[in-house]
Write a protein that binds this ligand. Structure first.
Ligand SMILES: Nc1ncnc2c1ncn2[C@@H]1O[C@H](COP(=O)(O)OP(=O)(O)OP(=O)(O)O)[C@@H](O)[C@H]1O
Ligand SMILES: [Mg+2]
Length: 369
C-alpha cells in the first residue's frame, strides 16, 4: 500500500498542508524543530488513530486552535481508501473512512498500516515494561482489530476495578461488586494474552532470522514473553486461570487499591545468545535488536495483511553504520518510505533509488529537486 496524498489542518505547527507523496521514497529534510516528525506523527494517526509520541490528542492541535484535521488517501491492491481524522479540544475523536463516519476506532485498524523507525525505539529495549507493551499494542492492533477491542475493554474495566478497590478500602461492603469487574477483566485479559502469544511466536521466528543476517550469523536473538498471568490450554482455561489469580491476590489488591496482576504488567525479554540484552547488551547490540524487530514487523504485516506497510523512518540513518544502513535500504525495496533527516548527506546511500525531496521549515513544506 502507499499514501498518495496527506493533508493537514491545524496539526501541530502546520496551519495547512497538502503533500503529494510518491509510491517510492519521500525525503523530508529540514533543521531541528521544523515539523518533520510532526508529519510522520500525523501519518501514524491515520494508521492507529493515535500518536506514537503522546497519549493526549489535544497536544497535537495547533496552539490557539480548537480543532485539528488529518486526511490521507491510500492506494492498495484492492483500491483506494480515504481516511480522515478530526481531533477536537472539546469533542471526541472523529474518524471517517471513505466518507462514512465510524463509531468505533477499531474500524480504522488495517486501512493504513505503518511501521515507524525512530531514535526513541531504543527504549523498547532499555525502557520500562510499558514501552514494550506499547510496541505490542500498536503492532497487534494494526493487524488484529479484535485485539484492539479487547485492549480497550481491558483498560476500561481495569480502571473501574481499581476505582472500586479504592472505594472498598473506605466501605468494605462494596466488595460484593468486585466479582463483575474481575470476570470482565479475565475475559478481555485472556484474549489479549492469546493474541500477544500468537504475535510474539511469529516475531520470535522472523526477528531471529533477520538478526542472524544483520550480525553475519554471529548472534542468536530470542524473544521471551513474560506474561503476568500465564496462558493455559485454551482461551476459556486461560480466563479461568486469570480469575483464580485475581481471587488469590484480592486481599492485597484491596489493601493497595490497585490490580496487581494482569496484562497491564506483562513484559518481554530480548536475549542474545541467552543473555539479556537489556542488562548486558552493548549500545550497538541493542540498536541492532531494534532494527531486527522493525524489519521483522514489515514481513509479518505483509504476511498477515497481504499488503506492504508504509515505512516511516524518523532520522534513523545518522545512527546506523554502513552495513545496517544498507540492510534497511534493501528492505525498503519497492515499499513506500517517508524519511526525515536534518542532513541530506545521511541518505546519500539512497542515490540509486528514485525519491522526492521536500524541505520543511516552520510548518511550511516545499518541493526541492
Ligand atoms: N500543538 C502544537 N502547535 C504548534 N506547534 C507545535 C505544536 N506541537 C509542537 N509544535 C512545534 O513543532 C515543532 C517540532 O516539530 P517536530 O518535532 O516535527 O520537529 P522536527 O523537524 O522533527 O525536528 P528534529 O529534527 O529536532 O527532530 C516545534 O517547533 C514545536 O514548537
Ligand atoms: Mg524530529
Amino acid at each position: 500500500m502507499h499514501l498518495v496524498e496527506l493533508s493537514l489542518n491545524n496539526f501541530r505547527n502546520f496551519k495547512r498542508l497538502d503533500l503529494p507523496l510518491t509510491p517510492n521514497i519521500t525525503i523530508l529534510v529540514g533543521k531541528n524543530a521544523q515539523g518533520k516528525t510532526n508529519i510522520l506523527e500525523s501519518i501514524v494517526y491515520t494508521c492507529t488513530g493515535r500518536s506514537h509520541r503522546t497519549s493526549l490528542d489535544r497536544e497535537v492541535i495547533r496552539f490557539g486552535e480548537d480543532f485539528a484535521y488529518i486526511r490521507a488517501i491510500v492506494e492498495k491492491s484492492i483500491g483506494n481508501n480515504k481516511v480522515e481524522i478530526g481531533l477536537s479540544k472539546s469533542k471526541s475523536k472523529m474518524v471517517n473512512i471513505n466518507g462514512t463516519s465510524v463509531k468505533r476506532l477499531g474500524e480504522l485498524m488495517g486501512h493504513i498500516n505503518g511501521v515507524v523507525f525512530s531514535p526513541d525505539d531504543l527504549s523498547l529495549i532499555k525502557g520500562a515494561p510499558s514501552e514494550r507493551r506499547k510496541f505490542l499494542d500498536m503492532e497487534i492492533s494494526q493487524i488484529r482489530p479484535n485485539y484492539f477491542y479487547a485492549l480497550q475493554k481491558y483498560n476500561r474495566v481495569l480502571s473501574q476495578r481499581n476505582n472500586l478497590l479504592k472505594d472498598i478500602q473506605k466501605r468494605p461492603s462494596m466488595k460484593k461488586g468486585l466479582g463483575v469487574w474481575s470476570e470482565q477483566l479475565s475475559d478481555a485479559g485472556a484474549q489479549i494474552i492469546w493474541e500477544r502469544n500468537r504475535f510474539l511466536r511469529k516475531l520470535r521466528i522472523v526477528s531471529a532470522k533477520v538478526h542472524k543476517t544483520l550480525t553475519f550469523g554471529n548472534e542468536k536473538l530470542d524473544i521471551i514473553y513474560r506474561p503476568s498471568i500465564e496462558q493455559k490450554g485454551d482461551i476459556e482455561e486461560t480466563k479461568k486461570h486469570f480469575l483464580e489469580v485475581l481471587d488469590s491476590t484480592e486481599a492485597m489488591d484491596i489493601e493497595r487499591g490497585i490490580t496487581q496482576r494482569g496484562c497491564h504488567r506483562d513484559d518481554m525479554l530480548f536475549s542474545i545468545d541467552n543473555i539479556d540484552t537489556r542488562t548486558y547488551g552493548s549500545q550497538g547490540q541493542q540498536r541492532t535488536v531494534v532494527l531486527s524487530l522493525k524489519l521483522a514487523e514489515i514481513e509479518i504485516m505483509k504476511n498477515m495483511t497481504g499488503e506492504m506497510p508504509i515505512l516511516l523512518l524518523d532520522d534513523v540513518f545518522s545512527e546506523l553504520d554502513e552495513y545496517r544502513k544498507k540492510m534497511l535500504l534493501d528492505s525498503i525495496g519497492d515499499v513506500q518510505a517517508i524519511i526525515t533527516t536534518t542532513n541530506i548527506d545521511d541518505v546519500s546511500a539512497l542515490d540509486e533509488k528514485s525519491y522526492l525531496v521536500y524541505r520543511v521549515e516552520s510548518g511550511n513544506v516545499w518541493r526541492q529537486g
